[in-house]
Ligand binder design. Structure first.
Ligand SMILES: [Zn+2]
Length: 237
């Protein structure tokens, strides 16, 4: 193995790890999942708000119903009194009849009010049913997106683990000094080791002046591009 080969191997593994990082950063699966999850949250809020409105309107409805029930009870009581035979005085009987009539009128009015309230409640109930149904399918879609995201994440994690194992295996073959220079250069450039082709650094694409080039080619060990500082592979012309 040439002095560069182990380093080049290491770099190709590191570049693969970089690519995995890049892929993970820009996963369309995650974007999709996060977008859907946010939409579900928004819909849940809208549904909760509607349910609160419904709760209030139903309380109003209940009040009207109770009023109506109370009137019905009163009417029944008066009717019982009327036909019980306890009251025999015609004037009193007429009074009870009049009371019943006025109670019935009030009940009719209350009934109209209740019907109007039902016209308020029913559309809200329908809206809630539509929202709830939509939420069910939205949640299903989100779950699906979540598993797709989890699957691709697991795939990346497995690939990364495999590369890291490979890296551990390659590492002992890299000379300590080379590794140090490589790690230092990697902080500036992803591709720290580049070819030197016809005297041109393949990292920064600069023509290395002849004098410098000769020095590089003659020097033992690793050399750096005088322009960009990348490690240059000298074996290829
Ligand atoms: Zn360069």
């Amino acid at each position: 193995m040439s002095e560069f080969e182990a380093l080049m191997n290491l770099q190709s593994i590191d570049l693969e790890l970089d690519a995995l990082d890049d892929r993970e950063r820009e996963l369309p699966e995650r974007d999709r999942y996060e977008k859907l999850a946010a939409e579900v949250k928004t819909s849940e809020k809208a549904l909760a708000a509607k349910e609160e409105v419904l709760h209030k309107e139903r309380a109003v409805q209940k009040r009207y119903e109770d009023k109506l029930d109370a009137l019905t009870e009163k009417i029944e009581r008066e009717q019982k009194k009327l036909y019980s035979g306890v009251v025999t005085i015609p004037k009193e009987l007429t009074g009870i009849q009049q009371e019943i009539e006025s109670l019935k009128e009030r009940r009719d009015e209350e009934e109209t009010v209740l019907l109007e309230q039902l016209d308020v409640v029913e559309p809200i109930e329908k809206e809630i049913a539509v929202l709830a149904e939509r939420l069910v399918s939205m949640r299903a879609g989100t779950e699906e997106a979540k598993s797709a995201y989890a699957a691709v994440s697991a795939e990346i994690t497995a690939a990364r683990r495999e590369r890291k194992e490979k890296r551990e295996a390659v590492l002992p073959g890299v000379e300590k000094g080379h590794l140090e220079l490589y790690e230092k250069t990697r902080k500036r450039y992803r591709r720290a080791v580049v070819n030197l082709k016809d005297g041109v650094c393949q990292g920064c694409h600069t023509d290395i002046p002849a004098v410098e080039l000769r020095k590089i080619l003659e020097a033992p060990g690793l050399s750096k591009c005088p322009n960009c500082g990348r490690i240059v592979v000298k074996s290829s012309k």
